[in-house]
Structure formats: C-alpha cells, structure tokens
Design a protein around this ligand. Structure first.
Ligand code: BDR
Ligand code: CA
Length: 311
C-alpha cells in the first residue's frame, strides 16, 4: 500500500475522504492524520478527525493537532457550509481516543525523515498551513515527499469563498504558494472536478442502504452539507470535494486533467488565493501540477459505496 499522511480540517467531506482511506488498507496505509484550522477552528478539526477514526472502528490511527492559524492571514472559517461543529448532520459520540502528543508539523517532518525517500505521499484536504510550515522549517524533507495529492483551487469554476478563490487556497495563500513552488510533484483536485462529484438523492440512498453506522452517518453528513450548494449553485447534491483525493490514490484512472503551471495569487485583495492555472499553455512557465478537470462520477460513487460497506 501507498503510505500517506492525511492533513485535514473536517468538515463532512474531509470525513468521507478519511473513511474511504481507512476502508482501503490494501491500497492505502494511513501513517497519521494531522489536523489544521480551516472549516472550523483547530480544536474542532482535531476532535472531528478522531470522531471519524472511531466511527471507522480504527481508534489506533495517530491524530495530531497542527497549526491553529494561517501563516500570514487571519483565519477564515466555513461554518456557513459545515455547521458550528464542522460535522453537523449525524449525532456522533465525542471521541475516547486521545490526541497524540506533539505538533502535527513535527509529525510530518519526523515521518518524512524516518521513512525512505520517495515513499510518503501527503494528502492535504484543507488549507496548506501544516505542509508549508513543515517545508519552511525542514527544507530537507521536500525532496523526500513522493507526491502531494490535494483538494484545492479552481480553474473554470473559480470561486466558492470569493469570486476568484476556492476556500482551502484562500484561507492560506502564502502556504499554498510555498507548496506549489516546492518542486514536489502535485496532483490537484479543484472545484472543476469536485463540483462533478455530487451526492444525488440516489447516491445518498445508496449510502443509507448500507444499513451500517458508517452508511447512515455519511448519508446524514451529505444531507446537511448539500443545503449550501443546492441554494448557491442549484446543484443536485453535496459535492464530495475531499474524497476525490483519496479516491485518486485507489483508482487514478477515474480522473483526467493536464500537467500545467499553477501559480497562486497572494497580493491582490480582489483575487487573493486564486489558482492561476495555465490550462492553455499560453506562458512558458514550467508545469508544476497535474490539474484535474474531469471525473468519472459514477465510477467514483461506486468505489466509495463499495468501500464504505467494508467499515
Ligand atoms: C474545500 O473547502 C472545505 O470547505 C471542504 O472541506 C473542501 O476541502 C472545498 O472548497
Ligand atoms: Ca476540507
């Protein structure tokens, strides 16, 4: 299996991404989960990550708290999408498992130093603060990363938090810039892809029909989370942004895109956090990211439902 660190701000869609990874031990070995401030403050994301591990029946997964605020900006959160707890929807018990001692950034650094070079993939599902802080503090780890597969940014779909920016990149553009300039191979799941991964009523029914606590919780999470996108975009259901990352690790052929140059806007107040993707190759800037544009949504939901059934 591929060794990964999940860096996350749960978030209902983060929760589903984590469940998919934990349900797929043949393909994915979760070395640890690092929480970051994003959808809700750090205290809640660190708690929610543990709630999800316990829901999956995997209380031994190591969960660390990372950075509680972006590198340069004031934290912006998204309770308007995810609810006050970040995991509104299902009623899930408080976690019994403890948070690990130590800081999430140190866990990322120590793990990359301890494992053979090129064997650990980073999977950021929230603002890139922990990743960029680790790269700044320990530049020696950068060349040891196998790949970064992240959810963030947008090309044609553009913004969900400002007209120009997607939430994860907007919250910490400085961290995104450091990450995208790091030279590590990057796979990006932008809104262009994730707004095609919609939980239609039939797909939600399929989760519920699993008849398990996980199936029920996922159905209730996506029920709650969909109200925002239905009102805003008139979409058929909740977009499962972050699970695109973990699905890619299992079945990359579900996704297609282009290897292009992606730069992050950090200066302009109007477009801060925009991912400027050179989709048409109109500059000579070197490609630094595989920017996905399409998904086989039926294949994705079939995979997800089949894997969730295993938990
Ligand atoms: C991203 O922002 C968060 O609200 C979601 O969890 C996802 O990671 C989508 O823009
Ligand atoms: Ca997220």
């Amino acid at each position: 299996p591929r060794k990964i660190i999940i860096d996350t701000d749960p978030g209902q869609d983060d929760a589903v991404a984590i469940l998919l990874a934990l349900a797929s031990p043949e393909e994915i070995e979760v070395l640890g989960i690092t929480a970051v401030a994003g959808n809700v403050p750090l205290e809640l994301t660190a708690k929610n990550a543990r709630i999800i591990c316990e829901l999956a029946g995997k209380p031994d997964v190591k969960v660390y708290a990372g950075c509680d605020r972006p590198m340069a900006k004031t934290l912006v959160t998204a309770e308007h999408v995810h609810g006050q707890t970040g995991l509104n929807g299902p009623k899930l018990p408080d976690p019994l498992m403890a948070l690990q001692d130590g800081h999430g950034v140190d866990f990322i650094i120590d793990t990359l130093r301890a494992e053979p070079a090129g064997t650990v993939t980073l999977c950021p599902l929230g603002p890139l603060t922990n990743i960029a802080t680790a790269f700044e503090r320990a530049p020696d780890i950068i060349e040891k990363v196998q790949e970064i597969v992240l959810m963030g940014g947008a090309y044609l779909e553009v913004g969900n938090i400002t007209p120009a920016a997607e939430f994860n990149i907007y919250v910490d553009p400085e961290a995104a810039e450091i990450t995208f300039r790091s030279g590590v191979p990057i796979v990006v799941m932008p809104l262009d892809v994730t707004h095609k991964a919609l939980v239609t009523p039939a797909r939600n029914d399929a989760f519920r029909a699993l008849g398990t606590p996980v199936g029920k919780a996922v159905a209730e999470m996506t029920d709650f989370f969909e109200r925002f996108d239905k009102e805003k975009y008139g979409s058929e259901g909740a977009p499962l942004h972050d699970p695109c990352v973990t699905a890619y690790l299992i079945r990359p052929e579900l996704f297609s895109g282009r290897h292009v140059n992606v730069e992050i806007e950090v200066a302009s107040p109007l477009t801060r956090g925009m991912t400027v993707a050179d989709w048409w190759g109109v500059t000579d800037r070197a490609p630094n990211a595989m920017f996905m544009g399409d998904i086989d949504a039926d294949g994705f939901f079939a995979l997800l439902t089949e894997r969730l059934a295993r938990l």
